[in-house]
Each structure stands twice: as structure tokens, then as C-alpha cells.
Write a protein that binds this ligand. Sequence first.
Ligand code: C5P
Length: 233
Amino acid sequence: MPSNPICVALDTPDLDRAVSLARSLKAHAGYMKVGMEFFYAHGIPGYVKVAEQGLPIFLDLKLHDIPNTVASAMKSLMRLDPMPAIVNVHATGGLDMMKASADAVAGRSRLIAVTILTSLSDDDIWAAGFETAKDTQAHARALADLTQRAGLDGVVCSPHDLVGIRHDLGRDFLTVVPGIRPADASTQDQKRVATPETAMADGADILVIGRAITGAADPVRAAEQILAGLHAG
Ligand code: C5P
């Protein structure tokens, strides 16, 4: 795994901007993340252009459908060249769907599952009908446990859920953590956030950081400042 834990979320529909960000940030990050905003605009050719900049790619498409459909989609993703380093599904797709995904990936990429989106508050989760979830952190731990039982490599989780997930699932379970905001940054649409230093101290392996870097006047400087903060801590 790269020693730099920063994964830059290239959330833009602009191909040239994504490629130029990937090029200028490659010496300052460990991974690039290609998500649905970019992928639905530029598809596989766009993905390849970003991947050719050289950093390992987290292809964050968050698949969520019946087991057969998700497994077939994963088989298609496994034909990408270069191969994504990390791909993902939603854990709420269930045990069978995650097992079918793991069979389709067959160890060629690391496969992780989204537990609970960092943009959802306790009230949002309640309103979505998950009244049986006693609290959000317990819900995230249960989903992480299901993910491990399905044989996946790790989870995408909020920094608020990290300590419990680490406690339950051990040091080798990969934790990829969005909702990262430097202390002075606006939270925007994210609700369950933490600083890079807190997330690393609580056991994050990879920090997914989008707008705090890509929306800065100088993205390279923003990434460097975040790294300097991590090294100081
Ligand atoms: O700009 P910001 O740092 O908030 O971007 C966070 C990125 O992480 C986005 O690309 C978003 O899709 C992704 N993500 C998230 N919460 C999750 C899973 C992924 O914010 N639970």
C-alpha cells in the first residue's frame, strides 16, 4: 500500500481538469479516486486517461443491486486496463451480493463496502426507515461485520465509526475514510466529519479528500499542508 494515505476524489465532469489534477497531485497523494460524477461523464476512456497518470485508482462506483447484476458488473470492471486498485459496493446490498462480488473480483482488486454515507446524520438514517438501527455507529459496525463475513477486504466508513470498526474487525481490515475536513474547512454536504489528524489517529488507512484539495486555489499546496499536518501529529 502507498505510504501516503491521501486519496484525492476527482469529482468533476471536466476531463481536462481531472487529468490535470491527477498529474499535478500525483507526487502529493497515494491514490486517485474516480467516482460516478466523472465516470458517468467520461466512462472507460476517461478512467484510462486518469489511471495513466500513474497513481493507483480507487474506482468508487458504489454498486448496489441484486447479486447477479452486481457480480456481472464487477466482472466487467475487472477487464479494465489498468486495473483499479480498489472497487466497491454498498454493504446494504447484503451478504449474498457481497459474496458474489468477491467471487467476481477474485482478489484482482481490493473490494470494499460502503457502510453508511458520511453525508447522513442520525436523523437522516432514521427517516430513511432504519428505525431498528439502535445508533449510527452500531449500525456501521454491524455492516462492517457483514462485510468481513462476506470475505471483502474492508469498508468505506465515516471517521466517527472508525474506532468501533477497528475494535471489532482488527488492524488488517482496510478502512477508507471520506468526510475529511481540515479544521478550518466548511463541512458542505458532509455531516459526520473529522480532521485528517483525528481520522488517522482513530485508525484510518486511507483518507478520501475531495473539495478540501480540489476546490483550493492551489490544490498542491492544500495537499502538502494536509500531509505536513499528518507528519507533525
Ligand atoms: O469533497 P469531499 O471530500 O466531501 O468528497 C468526498 C468523496 O468521498 C466524494 O467523492 C464522495 O462521493 C465520497 N464518499 C463519501 N462518503 C461515503 C463514501 C464516499 O463522501 N460514505
